[in-house]
Design a protein around this ligand. Structure first.
Ligand code: TEU
Length: 524
């Protein structure tokens, strides 16, 4: 129904700008490249594009270290190129969502340059500075997400500053009213230009407990886990003041209108258990973000029993007014096809696009890109470089889009910044276009069906009983019920079903009474 907001009805497509399309021959993607490839995005049948950060950045964390919140990284283009891209996106009836990185800036941002210049600089308090302990050690035991202490010593001014990520990403102090005002101006700057919303990076991190006490140790930690997991981030994340700020973000966004076709959406990146996660919706009288990003399909095992539990518990945790959302891939996570295999990746596509809630689709997953080996001399991800013994490399999901079988896969005229997927000559957009059995065709069909069937986008959701290894649920809207049966195994499964097959993940669908290995069905 048209009264539901676009971000509930629609599907988001995540673009990693460095790796979508290079238009100027430097081996790195850019905004003009994205504009040149909008036909592909539109042909998928998605509704909105989320761009990972495009702002000026020293690229220590590939754009998540912002040196100017109101500019465009020269490698990517300039504000004029951004305006052209935004207009081209809107011309196609698509929305554009930017990545807002409020927890930390780059250490090269003017604000931090000033802040670190002296203890009495007016911007000193825009970041988080603390004295050492009497023995000279850091103020507390907080650990950076990328390993090591979250505190960096600044000899010139004799204090430590806090960084939840790299030392080149100092945390901003959201308790400071001037910093807050400056950041609200940033949001206005982009919304005034016409952007349709923000994905808010590590939103649950933005305020820290005022007492800066030690975080409790994690008794379950083993050396196989990241260093960050040594402590529980009790005092460094999920503070009440951060919820209050996200309610302010919401007010600001709604100030730009609440029309279901044109309102601005806020997607908060939140990693927390269900109950704490759900609190980021706020309450009806004081809502917070529209969509607290839900990573459960990435973080949990891939089998029918686990998925059934995860989906049921997530659904049950949502407040009545809270709209769900799902994601199976991102620039931070291993590729879905690498995790579950190519055949199950087709089942995963059907799951993502038939669950209740807004799906976010990550670039390249529509081609079924799998594991991409990154030779040691080409590793770029700072998280991987700092913890090479762990299987956490993010480069392998950030490799360039393969468009065709011309040199460098049509991505660039020179060797790209990261290697291509090894099978790029066969696995590319041109090769899969129009091929009935390709992953790309499956995604297009799923997206078209989702658009044609309100039950799949905004319909009600019920888990159904099913044999071991099968996940089954129904979606209902306007008196029409569809059933989705997903075989999460590579073995046939006996299951009674009838009705019309609207779509199968396989080229020749099963006959009633069974599901083929790795088969997913949408039935009417
Ligand atoms: O990621 C937040 C985050 O929690 C990461 O530490 C994530 O868990 C990790 O990358 C998984 O391996 C966001 C961005 O998506 C990420 O790219 C940035 O590096 C990070 O914030 C800092 O801005």
């Amino acid at each position: 129904p048209a009264t539901r907001p676009w971000w509930e009805r629609g599907v988001v497509y995540q673009i990693y700008p460095r790796s979508f399309q290079d238009s100027d021959g430097d081996g790195v993607g850019d905004l003009a490249g994205i504009e040149a490839r909008l036909d592909h995005v539109a042909s998928l049948g998605v509704d909105a594009i989320w761009l990972s950060p495009i702002f000026p950045s020293p690229m220590k964390d590939f754009g998540y270290d912002v040196a100017d919140y109101c500019g465009v990284e020269p490698m990517f283009g300039n504000l004029a190129a951004f305006d052209r891209l935004l207009a081209a996106v809107h011309d196609r009836g698509l929305k554009l969502i930017l990545d807002f990185v409020p927890n930390h800036s780059s250490d090269q941002h003017d604000w931090f340059v000033e802040s670190r210049s002296s203890r009495d600089n007016p911007k000193r308090d825009w970041y988080i500075w603390r004295d050492p302990k009497p023995d000279g050690s850091p103020p507390n035991n907080w650990i950076s997400d990328f390993g090591g202490s979250a505190w960096e010593w600044d000899a010139a001014t004799g204090q430590y500053y806090l960084h939840a990520f790299l030392k080149e990403q100092p945390d901003l102090n959201w308790r400071n009213p001037q910093l807050r005002a400056a950041m609200f101006d940033v949001l206005r700057f982009w919304m005034d230009r016409g952007v349709d919303g923000f994905r808010i990076d590590v939103l649950w991190h933005i305020v820290k407990a005022e007492h800066f006490g030690d975080n409790p140790l994690n008794r379950d930690w083993t050396p196989q886990r990241t260093e960050r997991d040594k402590v529980l981030q009790i005092h460094s994340t999920d503070q009440p003041e951060a919820h209050a700020i996200s309610a302010e973000f919401r007010k600001l966004a709604e100030g730009y209108g609440t029309d279901p076709d044109n309102g601005r959406v806020l997607i908060g990146e939140i990693f927390l258990p269900n109950d704490a996660h759900a609190r980021w919706y706020g309450i009806p009288e004081r809502p917070q973000v529209h969509l607290p990003f839900n990573f459960q399909l990435i973080e949990n095992g891939w089998d029918a029993g686990t998925l059934k539990q995860v989906i049921g518990e997530y659904e049950a945790s949502l407040p009545d007014f809270g709209w769900p959302n799902w994601v199976i891939g991102s620039h931070d996570a291993p590729r879905i096809a690498a995790r579950v295999g190519e055949c199950q990746a087709r089942v995963a596509a059907m799951l993502l696009l038939t669950l209740r809630g807004t799906p976010t689709l990550y670039q390249g997953d529509e081609l079924g890109i799998g594991e991409v080996p990154i030779p040691p001399d080409r590793v770029r991800d700072p998280q991987h470089l700092r913890q090479p013994h762990l299987d956490i490399g993010r480069d392998r999901s950030r490799t360039p889009m393969p468009w065709d079988d011309t040199p460098f896969a049509g991505f660039s005229s020179v060797e790209p910044w990261l290697p291509l997927n090894p099978d790029w000559r066969d696995r590319n957009v041109a090769a899969q276009d129009g091929e009935p059995a390709s992953m790309l065709t499956l995604y297009r069909r799923l997206l078209a069906l989702r658009r044609a069937e309100p039950a799949l986008s905004v319909g009600g959701f019920h888990l159904l009983d099913a044999p071991d290894g099968v996940l089954a649920y129904s979606r209902t809207a306007e008196g029409r019920t569809l059933r989705i049966l997903l075989n999460l195994t590579d073995q046939p499964r006996a299951i009674d079903w009838d009705g019309d097959v609207l779509l199968s993940t396989l080229h020749s669908p099963a006959r009633p009474g069974s599901l083929q290995p790795d088969e997913g069905l949408i039935l009417a």
